[in-house]
Design a protein around this ligand. Structure first.
Ligand SMILES: [Fe+2]
Ligand SMILES: [Fe+2]
Length: 495
């Protein structure tokens, strides 16, 4: 572009003096949709069976928009995964819409008098909390409590009770690791609901068995529906709960079995890395289950050409017969192939991200140097395609990958030199700015170095030498030769 053209382009972009457009900067189609259109749509959806607006329609619509913005949109904007994958927002909208339509239909066909007790609040709040998180689940619960109580003549009593139930539902379903815990949460919320109805009946001096039964049965039945629907939602959205992730991480997944048969070195490397990633995630408060399962799957792309990776070689190195540029292509392929396999097997979106990001944009220094030594003239790119890790668990897997490889090269692992090499690797990756988008800070990195050192030091502790069995008295040396004793001793040590 010539200087004149560039000057003209800049001139066109200069805003006219006299009017400041900065106030309109925050307004985009995305903002209009997430702040105004969706809550408006949800408010209308709630009125579908009635085909009429509630009393005070302006307060109803305005309340919906305000409640959605304060309790849902602000928490969603703090969640990194919503920026990474549109599937998160689509899933949120879909679950909330289904929750609202089920709520309004159930209430319309059963009895508006029972609204507070039969509204399937637990169903929606539990799904959002289990799949996305506590803040989002509790926020959606408050929004739904407002919508339901608006239908019930803006009853403050109904709003307070439903807000308590939605908060307790989110609390009871956060960080679950087993399906049975969802059923337990249903019973717990049912019990809390019954206690609230009791407390209310004392103040109003009325008692209604139907209300009491509905308050208990509603969360219990909802928990059964959540258990049944969760695997389908996970499969369709590829957003996995911790329960779903644990099922993937039980090492019986066909991809992991294939890896253990065709690339046993990589399989062992992944299992060791999983322990490192889990300990580091626990140390910094990240999702340890996601990091563990991500580590299991991070190198699944090596299934295709396992012999091109050091951990699977026994003597012969095919790279000796390849040019550095060819080696670079083959190694890059394990990331691309891994991503393809993750998509084909519908692994969680975040696991696919870990597969894609575990080398970031790092350089393959070995092949770069080899190319330079062979007198390569062209400046080739020996970096991975990236992107750099985009969330904490992905950054931790990247660190664990390099730390595990560096640890293997240690001749005499002692706690002192393990810490030294771990700190060196972590610092190197940090200085390469690979962790810039991961959300890990310097404090986290200190915790990660400690956790890695602890796991590696405990795994490299020498085993005590078992004493050789004394030959039984009366048996001659000829019957029990010393070579045999040595052999037995060695075998015992290696078990
Ligand atoms: Fe890799
Ligand atoms: Fe790896």
């Amino acid at each position: 572009m010539t200087y004149t053209k560039e000057k003209m382009r800049r001139k066109k972009r200069t805003p006219k003096e006299g009017f400041d457009f900065s106030c309109l900067k925050g307004i985009s189609l995305r903002n209009i949709n997430s702040i105004i259109l969706f809550p408006f749509f949800a408010a209308l959806l709630n009125r579908v069976p009635y085909l009429s607006l509630p009393e005070m329609p302006i307060a109803y619509f305005l309340g919906c928009v305000i409640f959605w913005y304060i309790f849902v949109e602000t928490t969603v904007r703090n969640n990194r995964f919503f920026d990474l994958h549109a599937a998160y927002r689509i899933a949120l909208y879909a679950v909330v819409s289904v929750g609202i339509i089920v709520n309004s239909v159930v209430v319309y066909f059963i009895s508006t008098d029972l609204l507070v007790f039969i509204t399937p609040l637990f169903f929606t709040v539990a799904i959002i909390t289990i799949l996305i998180g506590f803040d989002e689940g509790a926020g959606v619960g408050l929004f739904l409590a407002f919508i339901a109580s608006a239908t019930y003549s803006f009853s403050l009593d109904a709003f307070v009770m439903l807000s308590i139930i939605s908060f307790v539902s989110a609390l009871a379903t956060r960080k679950l690791t087993a399906r049975i815990s969802i059923a337990r949460a249903g019973f717990f919320v049912g019990a809390v609901f019954v206690a609230l109805v009791f407390a209310r009946s004392f103040t109003e001096s009325t008692f209604n068995w139907i209300q009491l039964s509905a308050a208990f049965i509603n969360p219990v039945l909802s928990s059964i529906a959540v258990i049944g629907l969760l695997p389908y939602i996970e499969y369709v959205t590829r957003i996995y709960s911790n329960v779903g992730l644990l099922e993937l991480g039980n090492l019986s997944h066909p991809l992991l079995k294939n890896l253990s048969v065709n690339a046993p070195g990589t399989y062992y490397h992944s299992v060791t890395m999983a322990n490192l990633s889990e300990a580091a995630s626990e140390a910094v408060g990240a999702n340890a289950i996601l990091a563990r399962v991500g580590a299991y799957f991070h190198d699944i792309g090596k299934i295709k050409r396992p012999q091109y990776f050091t951990e699977n070689q026994s003597g012969d190195n095919p790279h000796d017969r390849l040019s550095p540029s060819m080696s670079n292509t083959v190694i890059n392929e394990h990331v691309q192939h891994g991503v393809e396999l993750a998509r084909k097997h519908r692994l969680p979106l975040l696991i696919e991200d870990i597969v894609r990001q575990h080398h970031g944009t790092r350089n393959k220094l070995f092949f770069y140097r080899k190319a330079m030594n062979e007198g390569s003239k062209k400046s080739e790119d020996f970096g991975y395609f990236g992107p750099k890790p985009q969330f904490r668990e992905s950054g931790i897997v990247m660190l664990a990958d390099s730390v595990e490889a560096a640890f293997k090269s240690l001749k005499n692992p002692t706690p002192g030199n393990i810490r030294e090499i771990v700190a060196e690797v972590v610092e190197g990756i940090y200085n390469e700015r690979q962790l810039d988008n991961s959300g890990l800070n310097l404090g986290d990195l200190e915790g990660i170095v400690d956790a890695f050192t602890r796991v590696l030091a405990s795994s490299s502790r020498p085993r005590i030498e078992y004493p050789l069995e004394e030959p039984p008295t009366g048996v001659s040396d000829a019957d029990n030769p010393p070579e045999q004793n040595d052999e037995t001793g060695k075998r015992e040590e290696n078990t």
